[in-house]
Design a protein around this ligand. Structure first.
Ligand SMILES: C[S@@+](CC[C@H](N)C(=O)[O-])C[C@H]1O[C@@H](n2cnc3c(N)ncnc32)[C@H](O)[C@@H]1O
Length: 323
């Protein structure tokens, strides 16, 4: 990050901090006034990958994290049956008790005013000839409220479906057809009261979003394609979320230099985007086979050996803690 300035960053994003420009919005003009033509040096950031179980985030102090962006394994979705069974969870409630231990830790590590963003989909499943919805989002909201989180308005992530016939049940004759499940949830929670900043905080203004970003991000339905689910380096499906989701959430709910945690890091999407948006990050992952995938995401080149590649990622560190 050394030597990079906010000015170049803003120019890259087409947001010149020019106070005379009529098109500059309020935060851009305010920022230009505060900078008085001087460039702002961005902080160097650190990215800590912990190969370990996030039900215990012992490496992170109480009240030290500004934002959580994550997507857990989805209870009652076949893709995650093996993982939950290995953890001794064989029914819906047990699976949520497993995840709940992570939500407790998230509450502990967040600062007052810190925000948790949890991407989750509900499950549809037939068990003993009984077909029903397993409302994962409800379970998570219930648990997070019990821990002390305040629930904020959530986002519905609507993925375009390519299936020719997405309808379930008897399609044309009532009453036994089912509504298609084409949205996932991005649940938003806050710990305590909204975060306070000193007036005219430079870093806060430097972290502003544009008018068009605000208009499309702060709406309840996000229509975005999913990420590619098959990764060359791992045999199983990885269920990654698209970078655009992490990008929006990090820009909406944190400022430059903050620390973002993903307790279910997977392929490293949150860490990659945190690095690119000048936030620190910590990611937990129990599957060490994902290390090369995460490193590949953080590092733009494929040509280096794994050791050199790891070294080439600024501020990156791996801690192994598999019990
Ligand atoms: C839905 S995936 C996350 C995908 C991620 N958002 C991405 O973009 O790649 C969930 C991940 O959580 C990991 N996981 C499950 N339980 C965990 C735990 N207790 N601690 C750390 N990682 C865990 C799984 O191995 C899996 O890679």
């Amino acid at each position: 990050m050394d030597g990079r300035t906010l000015r170049t960053e803003l120019e890259k994003q087409d947001m010149k901090p020019d106070k005379k420009s009529k098109s500059a919005s309020y935060p851009e003009r305010q920022l230009a006034k505060m900078l008085k033509g001087r460039p702002l040096k961005l902080p160097e950031t650190k990215h800590n990958l912990i190969i370990g179980d996030s039900r215990l985030m012992q490496e992170i102090a109480n009240r030290s994290v500004h934002l959580i962006v994550t997507s857990p394994p989805y209870p009652m979705i076949e893709l995650w049956d093996e993982l939950f069974t290995k953890m001794g969870c064989t029914d819906f409630n047990a699976m949520h008790e497993y995840l709940a231990q992570v939500w407790n830790e998230c509450y502990r590590i967040l600062i007052d005013g810190g925000i948790a963003c949890i991407n989750i989909g509900d499950a549809l499943r037939k068990i003993d000839s009984n077909f029903q919805l397993y409302p994962n989002h409800v379970k998570i909201i219930e648990h997070c409220e019990n821990v002390g989180f305040t629930t904020l308005p959530f986002i519905l992530w609507k993925k375009p479906t390519k299936r020719i016939n997405p309808f379930l049940g008897s399609g044309f004759i009532p009453p036994n057809a089912y509504v298609t499940q084409d949205c996932e949830f991005i649940l938003l929670f806050r710990k305590g009261q909204p975060r306070a900043f000193p007036p005219k905080d430079l870093i806060r203004y430097a972290s502003h979003y544009t008018i068009s970003e605000r208009n499309s991000w702060f709406t309840q339905i996000w229509q975005l394609p999913g990420a590619r689910q098959q990764n060359r380096q791992v045999s199983r499906r990885v269920a990654a979320f698209p970078e655009e989701i992490a990008y929006r959430l990090i820009r909406m709910f944190s400022v430059i230099g903050d620390t973002v945690v993903d307790p279910f890091l997977g392929t490293g999407t949150t860490m990659k985007v945190a690095k690119e948006t000048h936030r620190n990050s910590v990611g937990y992952e129990i599957d060490e086979k994902l290390i090369p995938v995460i490193e590949g995401k953080l590092c733009d080149t494929d040509t280096l050996t794994p050791r050199r590649r790891r070294k080439a990622i600024e501020g990156f560190q791996i801690t192994h803690r598999l019990d």
